[in-house]
Design a protein around this ligand. Structure first.
Ligand code: NAP
Length: 359
């Protein structure tokens, strides 16, 4: 009887210890971590799914919030279906950069690569990078994205310190996804800092929406337009979700766009000028202009430097093109002098609405 009682007691003890063991295992630190991981994974999966499900417009909205956080002095508004923003664009002359509405910083001077191909392009971009230039403008139509990519990759400069702009041409607007992949492959620099539409054309909105998708996928960081003026922008902006970060238009002392620049700025969009020196075939006349030469002499600078500085003081980013290392270096030395209001006014008075290309 006593043995039977002891046996029952032993069984009860074993059952209770095994239950405690189970409890102990469930509460062990390792299990807690793995439970937390599973929970985190499930949150992440939900977030991923939500992210995947979210349309470009949601991404744009999140971006707009981030932009608001990061944009400091910029005042921005989001309205209705499109994304309307108002704000001031101010250049930081110490860091020589501007904060884009996409949240990324971009240098305010760079090198343009139109008409530079093959080794000439590689050498020019390399010279520019060696002179401290960190902004490079290329395009599908310049047939030199491979060369720009080669110079960037061979430079030894960390990728994130260089800002590369490329553009889709209207003949690519009907297959934008393939065109974006082509640009990524040709440049071969992991991602594209900024992609522009080269000029308005059939399918431009759809092409832009495809670029928005590429932004959501991390292939492109910022978007922009080129050769869009007030009317074109008024029609275009309400149709897209991500406000362009930049508009690149023809701007030089003979074609100043004094009505367009403030309009673009008022939308929180940075302005970049192409043909800053008038463009090939026109540079001699512009650089030889009497007023510009006089101002240049007064500052001990070149005419090119005065024109580039005039652009910067107007809030226009400059991308002069050059294959001459001396010119490339000269075009970076824009921060050791300042044009007076009177000098700005004298150059302003040279405007003659003279366009040097048709876009
Ligand atoms: N989005 C568009 O539709 C569009 C259209 C055109 C251009 N762009 C972009 O804008 C960039 C600039 O335009 P661009 O290159 O055609 O014209 P640009 O910059 O107005 O002028 C380039 C010419 O200026 C000369 N130059 C450069 N720096 C000089 C200096 N310090 N002193 C004397 N001469 C100097 C160059 O000759 P050297 O080589 O001898 O220095 C070249 O002949 C292009 O490269 C391209 O990236 C965009």
């Amino acid at each position: 009887m006593k043995r039977l009682f002891n046996l029952i007691l032993a069984c009860l003890l074993i059952v209770s210890l095994s239950a405690c063991g189970k409890q102990a295992r469930a509460d062990s630190p390792a299990d807690k971590v793995s439970n937390q991981n599973r929970q985190a994974e499930s949150v992440e999966t939900t977030e991923q799914t939500e992210q995947e499900q979210s349309a470009a417009s949601e991404t744009a909205q999140t971006k707009a919030e981030t932009e608001n956080d990061m944009a400091g002095g910029q005042e921005q508004q989001t309205q209705g279906g499109g994304n309307t923003m108002t704000g001031d664009i101010s250049f930081n002359f110490e860091t020589k950069s501007v904060l884009l509405n996409s949240g990324y910083e971009m240098p305010i001077y760079g090198i343009g690569t139109y008409s530079l191909t093959g080794d000439t392009c590689v050498e020019s971009v390399t010279a520019a990078l060696n002179s401290g230039v960190r902004l490079i403008d290329t395009a599908y139509m310049y047939h030199n994205e491979e060369s720009v990519g080669e110079a960037v990759r061979n430079s030894g400069i960390p990728r994130e310190e260089i800002f590369v702009i490329t553009k889709l041409y209207p003949n690519q607007f009907d297959h934008p996804e393939t065109a974006i992949e082509e640009a990524l492959a040709k440049l071969d620099i992991d991602y594209i800092d900024m992609m522009l539409l080269h000029h308005p054309g059939t399918g431009d909105v759809e092409a832009y929406l495809a670029m928005e998708k590429a932004v959501a996928d991390g292939k492109i960081r910022s978007l922009g337009l080129s050769n869009w003026y007030v009317e074109e922008l008024e029609e275009f902006l309400p149709q897209v979700n991500i406000t362009p970060a930049l508009v690149q238009n023809e701007i030089h002392p003979y074609y100043q766009e004094n009505d367009v620049i403030p309009y673009i700025h008022s939308h929180g969009i940075v302005v970049q000028g192409w043909y800053p020196l008038g463009g090939r075939g026109y540079t001699a006349e512009l650089l030889g202009n009497e007023v510009i030469s006089e101002i240049a002499a007064a500052h001990g600078k070149s005419s090119a430097q005065v024109i580039l500085r005039w652009n910067l003081q107007k809030g226009v980013v400059v991308i002069p093109g050059s294959s001459n290392p001396d010119h490339i270096q000269e075009n970076t030395e824009l921060f050791d002098f300042e044009l007076t209001e009177e000098e700005m006014g004298r150059i302003g008075a040279l405007d003659r609405g003279e366009k040097h290309d048709w876009y």
